[in-house]
Design a protein around this ligand. Structure first.
Ligand code: GAR
Length: 221
């Protein structure tokens, strides 16, 4: 891990599913739009397409399936031990669909971020697109935030908005939101990598000033 004075260089990515955000991040690294080195992809789902993609991309993978452990605590302890041993400068949750305990999060305080497909604090938790459609929201989007002990409630770093169109179903809104996520996540990671944003355990600083509102990334609204 780098010292507090040096910029982050290595990135661990945690995934559970399709891996489209993982792909966007890796492609940004390959295209030199993101100056981080993805050193490992960790998943609770050994058969996740995201892991297959990571293997193809030549990134080390670490499947840690919960079923191999007697209980959730043992699984999480082993996962956190493996992750800590790799000493990543940053950890990006990219569709990692398990809630991490406060103890686990504390081990990676100030260096773990997540993307959630809603304009937090609206629609935390499961099925945020369904929640947005049900609420009749005209605008939806995604948020990158610092991971803290409270799920989906860490300081928001940046958001991107998408319109909700007449006739949208959940699938359409998920797809539109995902393409926006693919723009947002690599950009935010690059800001962190370049030192434009700095993270502490419970706050985000932009050029040295504490961020009170998330940065709104250019969108199509
Ligand atoms: C993404 O939409 C991500 O924001 C969401 O899971 C999806 C993963 O897709 N994450 C959460 O809902 C976390 N609460 P992907 O595997 O194609 O990147």
């Amino acid at each position: 891990m780098s010292s507090g004075l040096s910029l982050p260089q290595t990135l661990a990515i945690m995934v559970s599913g399709a891996g489209s955000n993982l792909r966007a991040i890796v492609e940004a690294c390959e295209g030199r739009r993101l100056s981080l080195h993805p050193t490992v992809v960790i998943s609770d789902q050994p058969a996740a397409p995201a892991l297959a993609y990571a293997r193809e991309a030549g990134i080390a993978v670490l499947p840690i399936p919960i079923r191999n452990y007697p209980d959730r605590e043992a699984w999480e302890r082993d996962l956190a031990d493996h992750l800590a041993a790799l000493e990543p400068d940053l950890v990006a949750l990219a569709g990692f669909m398990r809630v991490l305990s406060p103890d686990c999060v504390a081990r990676f305080a100030g260096r773990m971020v997540n993307i959630h497909p809603s304009l937090l604090p609206r629609h935390p938790g499961l099925h945020p697109h369904r929640q947005a459609l049900k609420a009749g929201d005209p605008v939806h989007g995604a948020t990158v935030h610092l991971v803290t002990a409270v799920v989906d409630a860490g300081p928001r770093i940046a958001q991107i908005r998408v319109p909700v169109m007449a006739g949208d179903d959940e699938t359409a809104l998920i797809e539109r939101t995902k393409s926006a996520e693919h723009r947002l996540y690599p950009l935010v990671l690059e800001w962190i990598a370049r030192g434009r944003l700095a993270l502490t355990a419970d706050a985000v600083f932009q050029n040295g000033v504490k961020l009170v509102e998330p940065i709104l990334v250019n969108d199509l609204i």
